[in-house]
Design a protein around this ligand. Structure first.
Ligand code: ADP
Ligand code: MG
Length: 715
């Protein structure tokens, strides 16, 4: 805590501080950004005949009957009928008021014949609608403002009636306390200062900050509670705009930090890449060529490239990266090629070794599981500049490898690679005469993400998109099959394999975890499955691949599968990303309902890579949750990664879609990037203008929004 923060702290009641902290409220001013979830109109009296369960309302009526009863436990019950109702009609609606704790004042106020005015939540009781522990309302309370703070200030009832805000609360924090604190915070003029330039806000038709805060914390009942609750009200749009703007600015800061760095420009001769192109059994698609050109243009500059290469599963990102890598090698630089897992890194190593076999390029394989001596030698080769391209895992490069002339870093499956890691790469480059040159960065994305998400979360990256699959691919047929028909599927795969095909058979876990077992879900055990399939297909080779195997065991099995010495590969999700065996044209996924959409898409992308038609069979158990049904429907209906990502975003929300990669970035509390895409765009467009505006104080603005801001590495 800094000295400047101290005065705020004293405003928070000490008894509530730990509880408020759970709501992310550490300072009084934090209350201002703790917006109500909904509002209650405690000023409008609702006729008994119009009540519906679930609403919180004020009701007026005459006590028709009241008594203390003891069954099932001691309680005081009063029956309220409408004022004009003479009680003659037994079918006229009544409202039951029920108190389990009560004092003589309550029984007195609710004696038969009394008129009462109460506020509470209506619910369905055993004998019709009822309220439990409703609050008594005095006549003037109903007519005037409910904000006690306002009454104190104004002295009299304020003429405009208020909607009562209901805040997100933690246990032990009364709504009344949150309201009082919010009102207090609203009296600090400085905190309501509009930090955004007026002309820009006006041009965007957004309300001022002060008005926004007042509207959201103290709305009059002239405001539409609906618009407020659905967060479509202009005041809400202003909040979301500011939040998105802060996010954009933080990302732009990260980008600016990198842009200040110097990089060695890559002056590629094209010699090596021409040789590789001649060796390739295919020609690059137009989007591949375009992406490569974009990367090469970036690399030719004196600032580090930070480019994200997006493309659906199987769109051919690797070869683009390989050609970019060769450009760096032609310019005399070294390349680090990183993947999140050893399995994937090894595949890249094999693929690059194959492609570059007859080229004068040295490739080094770097993995933590190498024998100590070999690892040392590999590290030395990197350090001394003897190797051109080093392939390994993210973890290894981050910790243990130094280069003499690192010019380019290729990061595959970048979703596990955050802003901070990207910034950390800056210092890994080559020492120039008097400065360190940062390497260029090319990221490859496994999960194609919708445009809104890319704009919101990758504002610090330039993006190239490969939006077309290489030609000659056969579409993948997806089938949803009940688990009960497994035997039939085993027969189908057996036939296909005997006819020369290869198949993946994927299961979710390698052994029953206790948690799942206790949920009584029968999980297919990979080992058992391997045994079962081996027995069912005695004439073919069935192998098992799972995450707990040693790296060299895994590699040996993958090599057998790639060479068709193994026909059926029973695997856990270790094959989820990147595995590339074009002859494999069948995939069976056990318990498909347990996988996420992105995972299913990645898995399915392991087939459909060769020239034969592929089939993906999703086995599901019959007890499906609604989200599982939705997911399977999506994966069944489309193979387009972008459509799937959009649906995934809709079903899961961005936090889960992007996962921990975004840790450290300001997360969005209020804006929803799917629904508020127009605001994401507006914020992105406005960010540079606002940053240059003479009235704008960026530090103050970012502080308002990003309290626990990531300290990006010092410039
Ligand atoms: P991803 O984008 O999912 O990483 P890969 O780079 O693994 O995809 O490419 C998938 C497969 O397509 C590989 O076998 C690769 O050699 C092949 N491939 C890449 N580009 C082309 C192309 N232009 N034409 C035909 N096949 C290609
Ligand atoms: Mg890949």
């Amino acid at each position: 805590m800094t000295a400047a923060d101290a005065p705020d702290q004293t405003y928070l009641p000490p008894a509530l501080r730990p509880k408020l902290a759970k709501l992310g409220i550490q300072h009084l001013r934090d209350l201002l950004l703790h917006f109500p979830l909904r509002y209650e109109d405690q000023t409008r009296v609702r006729p008994i005949a119009e009540l519906v369960a679930g609403e919180s309302v004020v009701v007026e009526g005459v006590v028709e009957h009241s008594e203390t009863v003891f069954r099932p436990r001691r309680q005081f019950v009063a029956l309220l009928r409408a004022k004009g109702d003479d009680g003659g009609n037994n079918f006229a609606p009544r409202l039951t008021l029920r108190y389990f704790n009560f004092y003589p004042s309550i029984t007195q106020a609710l004696k038969i014949g009394a008129s009462a005015r109460v506020f509470g939540e209506v619910r369905d009781g055993r004998y019709g609608l009822e309220m439990v522990h409703p609050v008594f309302k005095k006549a003037e309370e109903v007519a005037g403002s409910d904000h006690s703070e306002d009454r104190q200030e104004g002295g009299k009832d304020s003429p405009s009636r208020r909607l009562t805000p209901i805040y997100p609360a933690a246990a032990g924090v009364p709504q009344a306390a949150l309201r009082t604190l919010a009102s207090k915070a609203l009296r600090v003029a400085d905190w309501q200062r509009d930090l955004l330039p007026r002309d820009i806000i006006a041009a965007a038709s957004l309300p001022g900050w002060r008005q926004t805060l007042t509207t959201l914390h103290l709305p009059t009942n002239g405001e539409s509670a609906m618009a407020l609750e659905s967060r479509s009200h202009p005041a809400w749009r202003r909040v979301k705009f500011d939040e998105l703007l802060a996010q954009q600015m933080a990302l732009r800061d990260a980008k600016a930090l990198l842009a200040k760095e110097h990089a060695a420009p890559v002056n590629a001769s094209g010699l090596l890449s021409t040789l590789l192109r001649q060796r390739l059994p295919f020609r690059l698609t137009a989007p591949q060529e375009r992406a490569l050109t974009e990367a090469l243009q970036d690399m030719a500059r004196g600032q580090p490239m930070t480019r994200l290469l997006q493309g659906d599963v199987g769109s051919g990102k690797t070869v683009v990266a390989a050609l970019a890598a060769l450009a760096a090698v032609e310019a005399g630089q070294q390349v680090a090629f990183m993947a999140p897992t050893e399995l994937l890194a090894e595949q890249h190593f094999n693929k690059l070794s194959h492609w570059l076999a007859e080229l004068p390029v040295t490739i080094t394989w770097l993995t933590g599981s190498l024998p100590a001596g070999e690892l040392k030698a590999a590290q030395a080769a990197c350090r001394r500049g003897e190797t051109h391209i080093a392939v390994g895992t993210h973890a290894l490069f981050q910790k243990k490898v130094n280069f003499a002339r690192l010019g380019l870093v290729v990061v595959d499956e970048q979703h596990r690679f955050g802003v901070e890691q990207r910034l950390a790469l800056r210092s890994r480059g080559q020492a120039d005469t008097d400065r360190v040159l940062a390497p260029h960065q090319l990221m490859m994305s496994a999960t194609p993400i919708p445009r809104s998400l890319a704009m919101s979360y990758y504002a610090d990256l330039d993006v190239s998109v490969i939006d077309e699959l290489p030609g000659g691919r056969q579409p993948i047929t997806t089938k949803l099959v009940s688990e009960q028909r497994r035997d039939e599927i085993v027969g189908r795969i057996h036939d296909a394999v005997r006819a020369g095909a290869q198949a993946y058979w994927v299961c979710p876990l390698i052994e029953e975890s206790e948690k799942l077992a206790s949920q009584d879900i029968e999980l297919q055990n990979a080992t058992a499955l391997h045994g079962e399939l081996t027995a069912a297909m005695p004439d073919v080779r069935v192998a098992l691949l799972h995450g707990r195997m040693k790296a060299d065991e895994k590699a040996a099995i993958m090599a057998d599968f790639a060479a068709n010495r193994v026909q059926v590969l029973v695997a856990t999700t270790v094959i989820e990303v990147g595995v590339d065996v074009p002859n494999a044209s069948w995939m069976v996924i056990e318990h498909a309902e347990r996988f996420g959409l992105a995972q299913l898409h990645q898995l399915r992308g392991r087939v459909g890579r060769g020239s034969v038609a592929s089939t993906c069979i999703l086995l599901f158990t019959d007890k499906l949750s609604d989200t599982a049904k939705q997911r399977l429907k999506v994966i069944y209906e489309t193979t387009d990664g972008f459509t799937i990502a959009r649906e995934d975003l809709r079903i899961r929300g961005p936090g889960e879609l992007l996962g921990p990669r975004q840790s450290g970035l300001p997360s969005l509390r209020y804006a929803n990037i799917e629904e508020d895409i127009d605001l994401v765009e507006a914020a992105r467009d406005a960010a540079p203008k606002i940053e240059q505006h003479p009235d704008f104080n960026k530090t103050a603005f970012l502080e308002r929004w990003i309290r626990h801001r990531v300290e990006f590495a010092k410039a």
